[in-house]
Design a protein around this ligand. Sequence first.
Ligand code: THU
Length: 133
Amino acid sequence: MVSDAELFAAAEAVRKRAHAPYSNFHVGAALLADDGKIYAGCNVENAAYPLGNCAEASAIAAMIAGGARRILKIYTTGPGRKPVTPCGGCRQRIREFAALDTPVISQGVEGVPLRTTLGALLPHSFGPEFLGR
Ligand code: THU
């Protein structure tokens, strides 16, 4: 199993490449997928603000493009001390590809990591099984 430290390093490496000139809030996400590989992504903002992508969405896109299908663990990093947890929309994005007990680790790089699960972040959630998947 890939260590939390490896995922943190991957999230931090990609966070440095974020395109976030409007918020100046650089976010990185790294996930361990069911193929044993780490997929990472950063936020990609746009002058047309609503078109920006979150780091988690970028990491998920990399995973799918890479041929993997399930998230086993995900680590998100951002500026400051407060853990940068996935936004509401990204919790749902993760829900598509992860079990409710999947570890979600979030960190502000100057602070300590928060370790929780997808189910704790997104209680009573809707997911693929409602549609027979
Ligand atoms: N952001 C993420 O990339 N992931 C999150 O879960 C929280 C927010 C990005 C979106 C935007 O580019 C910037 O952080 C400020 O909201």
